[in-house]
Structures are given as C-alpha cells and as structure tokens.
Design a protein around this ligand. Structure first.
Ligand code: GAL
Length: 664
C-alpha cells in the first residue's frame, strides 16, 4: 500500500516536471538574480548571508574585480532553490572575497569549494579556491531540475572562508524560482533502546574535597521502581535507596572503594564505584546541559526548570547527565532602564542580584538538586559579561560566596568583559583573574567545578590546571555547521597531553537538537552522520558534554545520540585520557583513546563530504598485535575477532566508532 502511494507521488512529481518542461519550452526566457530571492532559508557557517555585498557587508570583490550584484556568504553554506523543472541555466562568478586577502592569516586560512547540485547530483564544482584566486565562471545547464543546491564547502575549517556567488543569475521560463528550507538527509537511529533490567551508568569514579558537601546520584537505566544500595560507603554519607542520591560529607581524605547495586523486578546488578576524597574534583568530564546554544539571552527560570525536569522525565539522567547550567544573562545590567533586567546590580553589601527573569535563584537550585541534578552558573571576571551584564570585577570573593550560598556546583568564568581591564594581556595577565577566582571558590567550602572560558588564549591548556581550572575552552564559540564543529573538534589533536582527571580540554558545547542562540530555535544544521561524528569525537576527546538544546523539545534521534551508554562510557572512562590522532590519509582520520581496561576506543572519521570511504585501523598503530575483538559502540554489537587490522566503510562526514579489545 505504502509503495503504491509512494509510486503515485513520484509519478505526480515527475509528471509535474515533464509538464513544466514541455510548457517551459514554448514560453519566454526570463532571468532572476540570485540576490532577488529570499535568502533567509540559507544555511551559513558564520554571520549573515548578504545581498550584493560580502558576508562582512563590503562591496563584492574577487581578486581585484568588483561585482555590482551577487550573494556574499560564508562556508559551510547551502541554499536550495526550487525550480520545478522550469530552469534553463545557472550562471555566476565565484571566488573568495578580497576582504580576507588583506591579512597573512586570511590568505593562509581561506579555502573553499563552490558546488552546484541538481536533485542531489553534482553538476559543477570549482575545485579548491583560495584568497586571491581569480573568480571562476560557472555556467550550468539546469533543464529539468527540480531542486538546485548552491553550496560552499570549507573543508574542515571555516576560518576566513568568505565566499561570493557574484553576478549569480538563474534563467527560467514560466514561474519564477524560489528558495526552500534546506533539506537534510533523514536521521537514522543506531543506539539500541535501554532494556528493562537495571544497568548502572555514569562515572565509575567521583572526587570530592574533605568536609565539603557531597552530592552524587547513582544512575541506571531499566524499569522503575528500582532500589539502590551501596556497599562500603564511607562514614558521613547517606544513600536514598529510592532515587540513588548520596548526600553528606566525608571528613578524611582517601580512596574509598564502594560497590553500587541497582535492583528491579527484572534483575540485580552491581558495579564498582570509587570515591576519592582529596583535592581534585571532576575526575571525569562533566555531563549536562547549558542554556547558551539554545536560548542565549532569552533564558529564564521557567526554561531552565523545563530542561531540568525533562532531564529526569525523558530518562537522560539515567544515562549520567547531571548538570543544569545557566549561561549569560541571568544577572542585571548597569544603567539599564529595562524593568526586568533592572538596577541596582548588587545589594547594599555588594552581593550580586539576579534579574527579574530569575526571581529566586536559591529556589531554582533547590529544585534542580531535588531532581538529583547539579546546578551551574556563569559570569565574567571583567566589569561586564559578553552580553553586557554585570561581571565579577572587584567583587570576586562576594560573588563566589553568593554562588555557593545559592547552591551552585559549577562556574563558567568567561574572559570577555575582562578585555577592558587587560586589552593586550601577557601570560601573567591572562592567568591573573582565573587565579583570583580559584582562591575565592576554595574559600567557599563548596565543590564548584571551575570552567575557564577564554577561547584558548595563551595556550590555556598548558596552565589552566595551575589556576585551578577543571576544564578550559580551547577555541572560540561553536555554531551548528560542519565547518565549525569539525574545525574545532579535529583541531584538538595536539592537546591530548594536557587532559586528565580533573583537567579537561573543552572544545565548546554540543550543537545537536534545536539550537538558535535566542528565542527562535531551529534543528541543528548538521547531517545525521555529522552529528554521530560530533558526539563520537567529543567522547573520544574526553570533553565536557553540555547539551545545547531545550531538553523538553528533544526529538527521538537527538535522544538516541545522547543515550548510548557504550559511547558515553568512552567519555567517562576513569583513566581520563584524551584520544590521539594516530593516522590520517585519503580523507580518513583515525583517533584512538586508551581505556582503563586496556582496550582502545577508536574512531574512523571520514572527512569527505560526498562519498563513503574505507577506514582502517592497524593494530601496530595502537600497540596491539594478533587477534583482537572489535565491538561497534553505536550499535552495541560485537563484530568478531580481527587480526592485524580492522577496516570499515565510513559514511561521508561520518564515523565508525569501535572498541578494540586484545584477546586474553
Ligand atoms: C562567550 C562564550 C559563550 C557564551 C557567551 C555568553 O564569550 O564563549 O560560550 O558563554 O559568551 O555571552
């Protein structure tokens, strides 16, 4: 029945195209400039798409030649134009805009490829173009094409990729073409559904400082009701056997080996869980949610509560997701006439006040904690935050105290406004504000994960731990494009020596599900394979995993990406090693992460956008020999025993993630 309906639909569409083509032949040829179409439907890697201007809003110029008309965009960029069979020809002059050719950096980094597709078939490609290359002329026959795609790819980096479709024009007959939403390939789910019997998830090790409040939720998948037990719990801690929450405080430093037990009507399981009472917290990368990539400054108490509640209701908590972090825009703004944002920015004793969108911070963190989750907050060491709200400058101790009093467990400390204090910082100046807040946090008597955000300046990975950081952003902000995500992720290759328990490189938050940086959200503009790459890579990198979409609006595919326990185990492995790139050839990158049990987690990544390629991992590159067992982590399936190497087909921009276990 379904096939019959589908064939009927195909017939209607193709009849429509034939009809259009036949009628088109007899009607007058017309032209429309690309810049006359609605460009808002384009996907663009950075900035805003521009009419008759470059992406930086300057006149269009390619290798000294000016163009009066055209479209300025930025890789990775896609624009879909519905022709419905009425098209005749697409023509344009393409190239990198001269606005990036002025600097050595721009000249070195800018490289793009222009691609024209008709109904998914490649019609024309420019080959790689660099800054200063003369514009190339495109003239493509588009007769009979239903959907035309104009694409600019930036390889695996999108720095300076300012791309112009100059003098771009479509010739057609009959009805004028129009742009449509870019169609993404259909998502496909690999993660098997969690079974009814209990399975313990989350970290196998947890660090706490002596005497500080302890709060940890034992997480497990499986049907509820479920009962929890812990054998060997150190003195001072109490478990709630109904929800797995452990609270209290441990006075004496030391390593406490415990066994966690989860039981429901389908069975009983146990797992070792080590509590390390000492000076290091965040022994595994934090996993949770942050408000920025979805709501940015449109965040409020209600939205934070909605994600927190959904973290539990959806079952994400059962897979180890525990942080609920508020990013910028919760505080007040000096000189603000806005009654919601309001003044004063601090109370009479100098303590911070939240703005009207967060009427009761303590109430909010109490709510988050009651769900078994932890709470995070954001501020800048400067006089103001990135979004212009009040910062901690000269109030650091009071701010740290307030955060602790409100009950926060995580602080993202974002340089931003501090550039007013140190516009051209040397290394000491880069470290200074972070060391100041480290000491203030220590004084609070609360374990607060300290997340440094300063975009990698001064090679922060080399000294982030010294100023007390548990993680540090290594790059600028991520956006939901392949160029941004892959550019950032694969650039972490040299940073592996700096990561370890309590000290993580942070390539920024996740861009899966709905994102938007404001009130209006859209599905992340990554293909399903690109999203598998994103999650696999972040897990291999031992990066903090912070979901950037409203959890209450999460679709099934995104949920499946974030609830694969074998993939998450790679991220949470107690050894805390960051993967290394061990091979790179023919567009395939092989990354390997040593796991605590002696196995290796290996990702075969295909950097090619258009074709599946074979990826191979050789045992010699991971210091293994002979027979090894290979397990597909996304499918949670043993693939068998392999000798010397493992080879697989890797989809375009996709990944095959396996665990390789040497035979005993
Ligand atoms: C940026 C930071 C983002 C977000 C934003 C808030 O500096 O990199 O992740 O926190 O500030 O304004």
């Amino acid at each position: 029945m379904r096939t019959a309906i589908l064939s009927a639909m195909v017939l209607v569409v193709s009849c429509g195209l034939v009809w259009a083509a036949e009628n088109a032949a007899s009607s007058e040829l017309q032209q429309v400039w690309l810049d006359e179409l609605d460009l808002s439907k384009a996907i663009i890697g950075w900035g805003q798409i521009q009419k008759n201007k470059s992406v930086d809003s300057k006149p269009l110029v390619i290798a000294g030649k000016s163009f009066a008309r055209g479209v300025g965009t930025h890789a990775d960029s896609r624009l879909d134009v519905k022709l419905g069979g009425i098209g005749e020809q697409f023509e344009a002059w393409v190239g990198i805009d001269d606005e990036v050719a002025g600097s050595d950096q721009g000249k070195a980094a800018a490289s793009v490829e222009f691609l024209v597709f008709g109904d998914g078939r490649l019609l024309w490609r420019s080959e790689v173009m660099r800054a200063g290359n003369p514009a190339k002329e495109v003239k493509v026959n588009i007769k009979g094409i239903d959907t035309l795609r104009l694409q600019v790819s930036g390889g695996n980096d999108i720095n300076y990729d300012h791309a112009d479709w100059a003098q771009a024009q479509i010739s057609y007959r009959l009805t004028a073409p129009h742009t449509i939403d870019v169609v993404m390939p259909a998502p496909y789910i690999l993660t098997p559904k969690a079974g009814p019997a209990p399975r313990i998830t989350g970290p196998k090790i947890f660090g706490v400082r002596p005497g500080n409040p302890f709060f940890f939720t034992v997480t497990a998948t499986g049907d509820r009701p479920m009962k929890f037990a812990v054998r060997g719990l150190p003195e001072g801690l109490i478990l709630n056997s109904d929800n797995g929450q452990i609270r209290g405080a441990v006075k004496n430093a030391g390593e406490y080996k415990t066994t966690v037990v989860a039981e429901n009507k389908h069975g009983k399981v146990e797992r070792e869980f080590k509590i390390v009472v000492g000076d290091t917290i965040s022994l595994t990368p934090p996993m949770g949610w942050n408000s920025w990539n979805c709501w940015a400054c449109a965040v409020d108490d209600e939205k934070v509560r909605a994600s927190a509640k959904a973290m539990v209701d959806s079952g994400l908590l059962n897979h180890g997701w525990t942080y609920i972090n508020i990013d910028d825009c919760w505080m007040r703004r000096e000189g603000s006439k806005d009654p919601v944002i309001g003044e004063p920015v601090r109370d009479k004793d100098g303590y911070l006040l939240s703005n009207g969108k967060f009427p009761d911070m303590k109430g909010l963190t109490d709510y988050i904690h009651s769900l078994g989750l932890r709470a995070g907050i954001y501020i800048s060491p400067g006089p103001n935050t990135c979004a212009g709200y009040i910062g901690s400058w000269e109030h650091e101790q009071k701010d740290a105290e307030r955060f602790a009093e409100w009950g926060f467990d995580y602080l993202k400390y974002d340089w931003c406004g501090y550039s007013r204090i140190a516009p051209n910082p040397n290394l000491d100046e880069l470290k200074k504000p972070y060391a100041v807040m480290r000491d203030c946090l220590k004084n609070t008597g609360r374990d607060i994960i300290y997340s440094l955000c300063q975009y990698g300046m001064g090679e922060v990975w080399k000294w982030g731990a010294e100023v007390g950081g548990n993680c540090w952003r290594t790059t600028g902000d991520i956006t939901d494009s392949w160029g941004s995500m892959a550019g950032i992720g694969f650039k972490q290759a040299e940073l592996y020596p700096y990561a370890g328990p309590g000290r993580w490189n942070d390539p920024d938050m996740l861009v899966v599900g709905k994102v938007g940086w404001g009130p209006n959200l859209h599905p992340a503009r990554l293909t399903p394979d690109e999203q598998y790459t994103h999650i696999s890579l972040w897990c291999l990198l031992s990066s903090p995993l912070l979901i950037g979409c409203p959890i209450e609006q999460m679709d099934e595919f995104t949920y499946s990406l974030l609830t694969n326990d074998e993939v998450l185990d790679v991220n949470q492995d107690p050894l805390g090693q960051q993967a290394r790139r061990i091979a790179q050839a023919n567009g395939i990158e092989v990354w390997s992460k040593a796991m605590e049990d002696g196995s290796r987690a290996v990702g075969l990544f295909n950097m090619n956008e258009f074709e599946a390629r074979k990826g191979t991992v050789s045992w010699k590159d991971i210091a293994f020999a002979g027979q090894c067992q290979v397990r597909d982590l996304w499918r949670q399936k043993d693939l068998g025993m392999f000798e010397n190497e493992f080879m697989a087909d890797v989809p375009p921009h996709g990944v095959v993630l396996v665990r390789i276990i040497p035979a005993k």
